[in-house]
Design a protein around this ligand. Structure first.
Ligand SMILES: N[C@@H](CCC(=O)N[C@@H](CS)C(=O)NCC(=O)O)C(=O)O
Length: 207
C-alpha cells in the first residue's frame, strides 16, 4: 500500500484524519507543522491556506480541507468499510453529516478559538463572537446528536464518527457538562474512544 503524509498539529483537526489513517491501516508519515511565521510560510508552499490538516497523497500531491480528506480516504480504501458505498442513500447521509460538521461545528470551534479574527471591534467584539459561537456550537452538536443511533449513520461506524468525536471534544468548558446536556454524545464518545485507532491517535497527540 502506498504512503501518505499527514500534516497536522497535536490535538488539531489532523486528529480526525489520523484516526482515519489508523482505521485504514495505511502507512503514513506524521509531520507536525510549527506555528512560527517561518514554519507557516514554508508550509503554505505545500498547502496554500496554511491551516492543518493537509494530506500528502501517494502521487506526491497535497490536499487540504478535513471533510474532503476524510471523504477521499473512505473512497480510496473501500475495503476498510469506513463509509457506505458511493452513490447510495447511506453515502448521501455520510456526505451530508461530514459537510454539516465541517461547515457548522468546525466553524463554531474556529469562531470560539480565533474569535478576534471574526470582529473588527476589539476585545468586546471578540467576546460577542465567542458567545454566539458557543450557542451555535451547542445547537449543532445537539442536532447531530439527535440522529445518533449510536453512530452518526446508525448501527455502523464511519469516518464521520471520528470527526464528530474530535469536534465535540473541543467544545469549550467541562466535557461532563456537555455530556449531561447531550447524553447521546457521552455514549458516542465512549464508543469511539474505545476503538484502538482512536486510542492510538490520542496517545500520539498527547506525546
Ligand atoms: N476548514 C478547514 C479548517 C482548518 C483549520 O482552521 N485548522 C486550524 C487548526 S484546528 C488551523 O490550522 N489553525 C491555524 C490558523 O488558523 O492559524 C478544515 O476543515 O480543514
Amino acid at each position: 500500500m502506498s504512503t501518505y503524509t499527514l500534516y497536522g498539529r497535536p490535538g488539531s483537526g489532523s486528529v480526525a484524519v489520523q484516526i482515519a489513517l489508523e482505521e485504514i491501516g495505511a502507512p503514513y508519515e506524521r509531520v507536525w507543522v510549527g506555528s512560527a511565521d517561518a514554519d507557516v510560510a514554508a508550509y503554505r508552499a505545500l498547502s496554500p491556506t496554511g491551516r492543518v490538516p493537509a494530506l500528502g497523497l501517494p502521487d506526491g500531491s497535497v490536499m487540504f480541507e478535513s471533510a474532503a480528506i476524510l471523504i477521499h480516504l473512505a473512497l480510496a480504501h473501500p475495503e476498510a468499510r469506513l463509509a457506505p458505498a458511493a452513490g447510495t442513500p447511506a453515502h448521501a447521509r455520510f456526505l451530508q453529516w461530514l459537510v454539516f460538521l465541517s461547515a457548522n461545528v468546525y466553524d463554531a470551534a474556529l469562531r470560539t478559538y480565533y474569535s478576534d479574527r471574526y470582529s473588527t471591534l476589539g476585545a468586546e467584539g471578540a467576546d460577542a463572537v465567542r458567545q454566539r459561537a458557543a450557542e451555535d456550537y451547542l445547537r449543532d452538536l445537539t442536532l447531530i446528536a439527535s440522529h445518533l443511533g449510536p453512530y452518526v449513520l446508525g448501527a455502523e461506524y464511519s469516518l464521520a464518527d471520528g470527526y464528530l468525536s474530535m469536534l465535540a471534544g473541543w467544545y469549550p468548558g467541562e466535557r461532563a457538562e456537555l455530556h449531561r446536556r447531550v447524553p447521546a454524545l457521552a455514549v458516542h464518545a465512549a464508543l469511539v474512544g474505545a476503538r484502538p485507532a482512536v486510542a492510538k491517535t490520542i496517545a500520539d497527540n498527547a506525546e
